[in-house]
Design a protein around this ligand. Structure first.
Ligand code: TYC
Length: 110
């Protein structure tokens, strides 16, 4: 037994934890932009620059790919970050009156 206030050097009463050298990598989620007929191209480019840290040129290419193909990947993140981006972009789009759809899906699907 260890007296109160004195250091426990015996190991007695300690919770044992197993060491693990391998840390699991979190599953990653794709944030997708979906095309629609009404959201202005400039707004989508601004979203890609501001929320997904794309250069203007990269943002233009992604926006045009979404416009032509129907959807495209804006970025890949952990689940929390992906869901936050979806919420932020959706809120911003609605505030401006645009119907832009943004969704997150786990990698390894589709
Ligand atoms: N199709 C829209 C237009 O012609 C542009 C657009 C691109 C909208 C990408 C949404 O995710 C989107 N104004």
């Amino acid at each position: 037994m260890t007296r109160p206030g004195s250091p426990n050097t015996s190991g007695e009463g300690r919770t044992q934890t197993l060491e693990r050298t391998e840390t699991k990598k979190p599953r990653l989620w794709r944030v997708l932009l979906l095309n629609d007929d009404y959201t202005p191209m400039d707004f989508v480019v601004m979203v890609l620059e501001r929320y997904f840290r794309k250069s203007e040129q990269e943002a233009q290419l992604i926006m045009l790919a979404v416009h032509r193909k129907g959807q495209g990947v804006a970025g890949v993140y952990t689940r929390d970050v992906a869901e936050t981006k979806v919420a932020q972009v959706t809120q911003h789009a609605r505030q401006e009156g645009h119907p832009l759809m943004v969704v997150a899906e786990p990698e390894g699907e589709g």
